[in-house]
Ligand binder design. Structure first.
Ligand code: EZ4
Ligand code: CO
Length: 401
């Protein structure tokens, strides 16, 4: 079962996606997501110029060996570009193996550990009123878990909060530089969750994402202040470059912590997991080395009662979403999966078997990942550069993401 070649498809049905299509001798192909928001073409080149030539003629059934060959063989280890490229190859190989054996990927990963996968949606509003109303809307369509973000008075744009349009974190055109005040932000979050609990009660899981914007001691205070509101998790409370920062936060609060959407390897989260400094690890299939590597992270986490909560924003393509759901369904210490529905254009490019109902998702039972790419439709949406906004403090200082 030799790999004969492949192609890298870059398309932009509303936002940019990089997809690897790996082909084998008897016509079976597999797909892998390789999208790195705002740096898409670097991964496309890594795959096209460096990995595809190395893969030709190799046995597509040797998933673990190919992973080690690409990881160890590069000499230069880790990093988001390398790991997204390896992830795409790994995901495509699992897809191929499922198709070869005529079984959904989750069956190859040990089978279903649960009936379906709990997901959370994104509610946001410029004011607390709007955000509470938006959260109620998610409950009305069946969600059992909702992430809620709101605007900050006096700040024009707050990341994760839409102003009338669909919530869209990557913007086309000149890069957007927004103003940020942690003091202003902190004055809004606790009142938001007070209102949410008062109006929605305690039967719904509520989550919140800080997007790495607080200092450790500010995050500690926020976690402490939110304790009466029983968050499912507080996400990325501070930058995780120093795992020790989380020890400081942990000393002050029992609010559960979730970290890891920007991590690309087990080494980024090893200390956080082993010292039980977090409760959920947010590494994803596309950014953390594929299904094979994510399973190793989950196994390490399982030893320390840390659960998974993979990133699932719309910059992760439906190919990643499908792979995530096979992983989520099978892994024992699954916690929750982030889910933002893609645009109808994106769904047309990537027809898929996964489905949402009553707040949970299932990957479906098609062989492989159960997701395809319509190349003709993809070709009608050519790549358009887009970037995440950056944040500066009110005096102009560049701030952390
Ligand atoms: O900022 O996917 O939890 N979700 C998030 C997302 C990320 C984007 C980055 O590309 O934090 O909105
Ligand atoms: Co996040």
């Amino acid at each position: 079962m030799k790999i004969t070649g492949g192609k890298v498809i870059v398309c932009s049905p509303g936002r940019n996606f990089v997809t690897l299509k790996l082909e084998t001798a008897d016509g079976v192909y597999g797909l892998g997501d390789a999208t790195l928001n705002g740096r898409e073409m670097a991964v496309a080149s890594y795959l096209r110029d460096h990995l595809l030539p190395l893969l030709e003629g190799r046995d597509a059934r040797r998933i673990e060996d190919i992973w080690q060959f690409l990881y160890k063989g590069a000499y230069w280890r880790r990093g988001p570009v390398t790991m997204a490229a390896i992830a795409a190859v790994d995901t495509a190989l699992w897809d191929i193996k499922g198709k070869l054996l005529n079984t959904p990927v989750y069956q190859l990963l040990g089978g279903a550990s649960r009936e379906a996968v709990l997901v959370y949606g994104h509610a946001n509003g410029e004011t607390i009123d709007n955000a509470v109303e938006a959260a109620g809307g998610f409950l009305a369509v069946g969600y059992r878990a909702v992430r809620v973000q709101c605007g900050v008075p006096g700040m024009e744009k707050v990341y994760g909060v839409s102003s009338g349009m669909a919530y869209e974190p990557a913007l086309r055109g000149p890069i957007s530089e927004t103003a940020w005040s942690s003091e202003g932000y902190l004055s809004c979050v606790t009142p938001l969750f007070e209102r949410l609990r008062r109006e929605l009660g305690f039967d719904v899981h509520l989550l919140h994402d800080v997007h790495h914007r607080l200092r450790p001691i500010e995050a500690a205070r926020l976690g402490h202040d939110l304790e009466p509101h029983r968050l499912f998790w507080l996400e990325d409370p501070t930058v995780a470059d120093n795992p020790e920062s989380f020890r400081l936060i942990r000393q002050h609060t029992t609010t559960p912590l979730a970290v890891g959407e920007v991590f690309n390897s087990i080494h980024d989260c090893r200390q956080l997991i082993q010292e039980q400094l977090i409760d959920y690890v947010r590494t994803t299939v596309v950014h953390a080395g594929g299904i094979s590597h994510l399973r190793k992270i989950a196994s390490l986490a399982e030893l320390y009662q840390v659960r998974t909560g993979s990133h699932g924003a719309t910059d992760l393509s439906p190919v990643c979403m499908a792979a995530a759901l096979h992983f989520d369904l099978s892994v024992h210490n699954f916690g929750i999966q982030e889910y933002m529905p893609h645009t109808s254009e994106t769904d047309r490019v990537f027809p898929h078997a996964y489905r949402f109902a009553d707040g949970v998702m299932h990957p479906g039972d098609k062989p492989g990942l159960g997701v395809d790419i319509d190349e003709a439709v993809a070709a009608t949406f050519p790549y358009r550069p887009a970037y995440l906004p950056v944040a500066r403090l009110l005096d102009g200082t560049m701030h952390d993401w």
